[in-house]
Design a binder for this molecule. Structure first.
Ligand code: FAD
Length: 559
């Protein structure tokens, strides 16, 4: 191969600004055609194309600005009125307008009319938009997802009058009338262990409740509505005494509710979005559903948020891979492009593998959610296990892939002007909030124990494998993974190992299935990589076989 002339100065630094991240993704359009009805896939194409351009351009710039200008808490107005407010940078407000307003991301599952579609849209649309949006901005998607999830829980468990009052505001695309959602569960002594919840709810003669105590992590703390877990006065100890409440920021008479944002957190990532501490001083709230059902009902909201977290992790990985490929096809060292170096190709391939696993899991889980919400009973146990699987594994993989992408850019990767550093910082949160890795892996085992989810997952994976008929090693590996998961029932130390094995086998089978359906051999190559690298036994001292994938797997995203 002839040596390439080494560029000098600024010409030596590749810059992807302005790349359309929808068009740069070779399989996204085909996958949407597979997982969406044809008319909806066609309808969404121009919307996603525009979002792809935004994510690689204006939205990315807004995200960078908002990250550098975190929100601040104003305790009082300049006249001394005791009305707290959170000052958000105009860049963040513009991103809010895009997400809640233009793309109706918190509304599209709950009502018709968003993006010109005359029905509520299936989860795959919501997650396709989230996937692209997250490639530029992660922090704001927390309030977006909480608003969507709160609306879902309110519609499921709330009283008809509360639904009638708040649904239009929660699903508004007008920023002046929109009420965003939040979720206040965590306390200093009650994070993973929700049974230790100490905030107290006392009944009031008018039928509402009064909440008192401290909530320790409250993202989007100035949201119009929050779901709050609290212990009912005189109720039983433990989880049975914990109930779910809807907390409005403003009471129906227009006055401020009685709680204070005490301070905002200084965070490693998601710096664009406010997370605070709140003290409830006898705040008025409505009980949602039956007393003592708090955790069960909140679990639905948490699962919805966990799934959204997995989707965001997949999006961040895709951005990391797109950037890394873009650089590798342009950056020159030793007279060659990085993309032509065997060791770099191997590194890129492994990043791509993890990113594609997560993306496939997004679409698979979205489809199961659609079926479950549509009333298909056998889809629920499947949804119940696939949700923690993607939250656990994709969020952990995002830490690795975003870190690797930073390294592919070399020293510039460590500099905050590029997206890499922000992606690395943001990606670390996914494994902590909405349940840490241990807690979410244990939830996989709980789904197996309580919802009989293992046979459902095995049947699903087996049918994917049968249709592709391309991964003969997968079926016996699935038996072993299922045995490991059953063992984890009595030995929780195995929960993460079992959850990883189930995730890898599910994604390998689904990638092979997609390859068959779409006639895309590169997705089969990825499925085989997953098996070889993440499932089957390997000798660490053996000669590593040549893992060079087909050239189209590592194609230039701007090519
Ligand atoms: C930026 C940010 C925003 C947040 N926003 C919100 C929000 O809006 N609303 C909200 O309610 N919360 C929010 N949280 C809180 C978050 O969900 C909790 O921090 C998280 O659930 C962990 O709880 P904890 O901090 O109490 O840690 P702990 O529960 O004390 O966990 C500490 C460690 O112990 C491990 N552990 C605990 N139990 C087990 C077990 N049984 N087996 C093995 N290991 C175990 C955990 O995995 C973890 O590694 C936010 C957190 C952050 C960082």
């Amino acid at each position: 191969m002839d040596a390439i002339t080494q560029p000098t100065g600024a010409d030596a630094i590749p810059d992807s600004r302005g790349l359309n991240l929808y068009r740069a993704d070779p399989d996204l359009r085909a996958l949407l055609g597979l997982y969406l009805p044809p008319d909806l896939a066609m309808h969404m194409h121009p919307h996603l194309d525009r979002l792809g351009a935004l994510a690689g351009g204006k939205l990315d710039e807004l995200a960078l600005t908002a990250d550098r200008n975190p929100p601040g808490l104003n305790a009082r107005t300049r006249r001394g009125e005791d009305t707290q407010s959170i000052e958000k940078h105009p860049a963040y407000q513009e991103m809010e307008r895009l997400a809640f307003g233009e793309y109706g991301l918190a509304a599209l599952s709950h009502r018709p009319g968003v993006l010109g579609w005359d029905a509520p849209m299936p989860p795959a649309v919501k997650y396709a938009i989230t996937y692209l949006f997250a490639q530029a901005e992660f922090g704001l998607l927390c309030p977006v997802s909480m608003t969507d999830s709160l609306t879902r829980s309110l519609r499921k468990f709330g009283s008809p009058d509360l639904i009638a009052r708040y649904l239009p505001m929660l699903t508004s695309q007008d920023m002046d009338t929109l009420h965003q959602g939040a979720m206040f569960m965590t306390e200093q002594g009650a994070g993973s262990d929700v049974a230790a919840t100490a905030v107290l709810a006392t009944p009031h003669e008018d039928g509402t409740w009064r909440l008192t105590g401290d909530k320790w992590f409250c993202s989007n703390p100035d949201a119009g509505l929050a779901m709050v877990l609290a212990r009912t006065q005189g109720g039983p100890p433990g989880l049975k005494g914990v109930s779910l409440f809807l907390l409005p920021r403003e009471l129906p008479d227009g006055t401020r509710n009685r709680y204070r944002i005490v301070r905002l957190k200084d965070k490693l990532g998601t710096r664009s979005m406010a997370s605070g501490e709140i003290t409830l001083n006898g705040a008025t709230a409505w009980l949602i559903g039956a007393p003592g059902e708090g955790f069960r009902q909140m679990a639905d909201m948490i699962n919805n948020s966990r799934l959204s977290n997995g989707v965001r992790a997949a999006g961040m990985m895709r951005r990391a891979v797109t950037e890394a490929l873009f650089i590798a096809h342009r950056r020159v060292a030793f007279g060659r492009k990085l993309a032509d170096m065997p060791l770099m190709r191997r590194q890129l391939t492994k990043m791509l593998m993890r990113a594609e696993q997560a993306r496939t899991m997004v679409f698979q889980t979205a489809d199961v959610l659609r079926r479950s919400d549509g009333g298909e009973q056998k889809a629920y146990p499947l949804l119940r296990i696939m949700t923690p699987l993607i939250k656990f594994r994709a969020c952990r993989d995002a830490r690795v892939v975003t870190g690797d992408a930073m390294e592919v850019r070399g020293g510039c990767g460590y500099i905050e002007e590029f997206s890499d550093a922000r992606l690395v910082r943001d990606s670390h949160l996914g494994s902590i909030w909405e349940g840490t890795s241990n807690i979410v892996a244990l939830d996989v085992i709980r789904a197996i124990q309580r919802e009989d989810s293992l046979p459902a997952l095995r049947a699903h994976v087996t049918s994917l494998l049968e249709e592709s008929a391309a991964l003969p090693e997968a079926a016996p590996a699935l038996d072993r993974a299922a045995a490991l998961a059953r063992e984890a029932n009595t030995n929780p130390a195995l929960a993460r190992q079992a959850a990883s094995a189930l995730y890898h086998l599910t994604t390998a089978a689904a990638l092979a299935w997609e390859a068959t359906r779409l006639q895309l051999p590169r997705r089969l190559a990825l499925a085989q990589l997953v098996l070889r690298h993440r499932v089957l036994p390997r000798d660490p001292l053996a000669h590593v076989p040549d893992e060079q994938p087909g050239p189209d797997l590592l194609a230039d995203p701007a090519g």
